[in-house]
Design a protein around this ligand. Sequence first.
Ligand SMILES: CC(C)(COP(=O)(O)OP(=O)(O)OC[C@H]1O[C@@H](n2cnc3c(N)ncnc32)[C@H](O)[C@@H]1OP(=O)(O)O)[C@@H](O)C(=O)NCCC(=O)NCCS
Length: 191
Amino acid sequence: MYILKSSTINNLDKPQQHTAGQGLAKLACATLAQTKPSEVQLFYTTTGQPHAKVKDRTYSISIAHTKNLVAALAATYSKRIGLDVEYPRSFSNKILAAFLNQPEIKILRELFPKNKKLRETLAWSCKEAYLKAAGLGLRQHPLSLNIQIKNKTKSKITGKILDTKKGREAFIQAKFTSKQIIAISYYDTTK
Ligand SMILES: CC(C)(COP(=O)(O)OP(=O)(O)OC[C@H]1O[C@@H](n2cnc3c(N)ncnc32)[C@H](O)[C@@H]1OP(=O)(O)O)[C@@H](O)C(=O)NCCC(=O)NCCS
């Protein structure tokens, strides 16, 4: 089980995004642990991945922010979770080739023939969510990941990400409109 909290606030600067993200992360974790946000302590690994502690119990959390949208996700520690929020945007061919492989580009084009910005940002967002779950962020190359979309509706895709470097499979889900994307990825460390 995971808890997602998000909030739309206009024109936040970076320090405000950071503070709002931490507040939402404490709220999400407190909801999961059935306690008060003031009981939740946040800490970061050396690679920058956030975690939370309530008494002597550790929780997985993930935080993402943009100028107008902040979100945080919390889950029990056996799950590694990652979250990304994005506005659909254009990528140059050079950037595109640096994070999507050719089969992924082909499948995404078939699934979203009319909206290039949306399909490319969705893929970016799913990979970033996984890389945050894995804790390395962009220190791990996005081309080492393969997205497999299993289901697509008007506002949601679900599927998995294969991490070819770690030999791991993670769940991905992204909810989208033409203006905004929220992607979540997680995998179970006990499997
Ligand atoms: C993780 C990363 C992809 C996040 O992307 P972003 O554009 O900075 O911003 P987002 O809003 O999506 O996410 C920011 C949050 O990601 C989280 N984060 C940062 N590094 C993380 C990591 N290694 N693993 C998981 N989460 C991480 C933090 O909670 C951060 O918010 P906070 O500092 O306010 O708590 C990116 O920062 C990254 O790859 N960092 C590691 C490598 C690096 O520093 N490279 C330099 C640029 S290539």
